[in-house]
Design a protein around this ligand. Structure first.
Ligand SMILES: [Zn+2]
Ligand SMILES: [Zn+2]
Ligand SMILES: [Zn+2]
Length: 136
């Protein structure tokens, strides 16, 4: 009977002949069986992959606990490293306080651009007037 064939089975990763076969998890995308060592390695690798993520801005890979969630106003998906977070925040504050076109510091009164102007951020009165004249 071919049921208990003694064909040796080899580890799909290191090719060692297997005495104890370990079944890889589906999400590992491995065909075949693994030895104990490779199984442990893969477990670790995938665990790490789960708790590590690249910064969506610069791509540096960090532990999720070291990454920052962008502020909702930034309209971003994913996580940022501390550096990119700080940069974004600075950029955002700058954008919030200065005219996007001429860079004048905005006072209490500021003007929101209209979406069809294709200008982001806020404008001083002068720039707003001239954009309005240009685009209507
Ligand atoms: Zn192996
Ligand atoms: Zn980054
Ligand atoms: Zn301006």
């Amino acid at each position: 009977m071919g049921l208990f064939s003694r064909k040796p089975v080899f580890c799909a990763v290191c090719n060692k002949e297997l005495k104890h076969k370990h079944k890889p998890k589906k999400e590992w995308n491995i065909n075949g069986r693994l030895c104990g060592d490779c199984h442990v390695d893969k477990m670790q690798e995938f665990y790490e992959a789960k708790v590590r993520q690249p910064c969506v801005n610069c791509g540096i890979i960090k532990k999720i606990s070291d990454l920052w969630e962008p502020r909702w106003q930034w309209d971003m998906e994913g996580l940022l490293c501390k550096e990119c977070f700080d940069k974004k925040e600075e950029e955002f504050v700058r954008r919030k306080n200065f005219c996007s076109l001429c860079g004048t510091k905005l006072g209490f009164v500021r003007y929101n651009t209209k979406s069809r102007w294709k200008v982001e951020g806020q404008l001083c009165k002068n720039c707003w007037d001239s954009e309005k004249a240009k685009h209507g």
